[in-house]
Ligand binder design. Sequence first.
Ligand SMILES: Nc1ncnc2c1ncn2[C@@H]1O[C@H](COP(=O)(O)OP(=O)(O)OP(=O)(O)O)[C@@H](O)[C@H]1O
Length: 361
Amino acid sequence: MGVEIRVEGLTKSFGSQVIWQDVSLTLPAGEVSVLLGPSGTGKSVFLKSLVGLLKPERGNIWIGDRNLPYLPEGQLYETRKLFGVLFQDGALFGSMNLFDNIAFPLREHTKKSESEIKRIVMEKMEMVGLLGAEKKLPGEISGGMKKRAGLARALVLDPEILLVDEPDSGLDPVRTAYLNQLIIDLNAQIDATFLIVTHDINTARTVPDNIGLLFRRELVMFGPREMLLSSEEPVVRQFLNARKQGPIGMSEEKDVSELEAEAKAGIDPGRLPPIPPQLLTSDGRIRKAQSPPGAWLRAHGIQPPPGSFIDELGRNWLEEWPRYVAAGNNHVGAPAGPSQSPPPGPQFSQGSKGGPPPRRH
Ligand SMILES: Nc1ncnc2c1ncn2[C@@H]1O[C@H](COP(=O)(O)OP(=O)(O)OP(=O)(O)O)[C@@H](O)[C@H]1O
């Protein structure tokens, strides 16, 4: 069941260029988190820092009792084995066929026999729907297949943490939707802690348990998906609404005069669209890590910002969810029977407009 990653006060610069500073967040064990942000805000740098490929100037990255930036080389090498990483282009070796590409980490980092390697590689290729493509070279397959091959390779060492850098890059919306579904299915299957870096809003709105947003060298907000999707914070609303109006400009951020002009003209980023249901696994399995909206905040004693969790119909998911569960409806879409009648107030049903995502209690 994955591991929790606790990031505290992390700061990264290249020379005099501060990429981000004082970033603190906790990636809950076994859950899927998405890190969003305009281009160039340092999402990939964050991902590389998490896995120890880049060294932050300040701060901690706790994985259990190991603080990654301060580990001696040998322990860092061992700790990295907890991670699987899918890089943007799949990072496949062009001269190796898919089987050898996927087998590479096993041959490099383990002493497993070739027959054992074959069993594992075929199992992972089946998980990502690539059986039959073992002999193909990366240059002979589509972008979507490259991503899936990269994913299979990221899985061969059975990672506790899976980092995915821009799964949507170079893919059309249909292929992106398939890949998102595959990521959800894998999360339900292997229970690892997932972090996806992307600027695809649709991915952020439908896939994760948690969302974070990087902007102006800071982590503006990190928390349960519903909290960000109902946030009143201008930069969050602008980004998730894909609007021109708001603090984010052509070159990442607008200057004060532009913002003042917008404020004078009464331009507002507008209300966010309804919160869509979260993706279920394709065979209807429950995502094991899922908890009620807000449970993680409560467990960590964090007060959500005012307005969070209230959808566009005025329903507050934090207040209604416990009553809904108490009435016996422990999963969305199953309200039934007089003793299990849904509570007064908001009615949640899977797929209903603005309803909460399907979650397990
Ligand atoms: N190794 C490096 N040396 C110096 N600068 C770097 C290095 N890696 C990244 N940067 C700089 O860090 C900044 C953030 O880059 P990064 O690729 O993390 O952004 P991003 O948010 O992932 O962008 P995008 O969404 O466009 O992929 C950029 O200005 C980039 O030029």
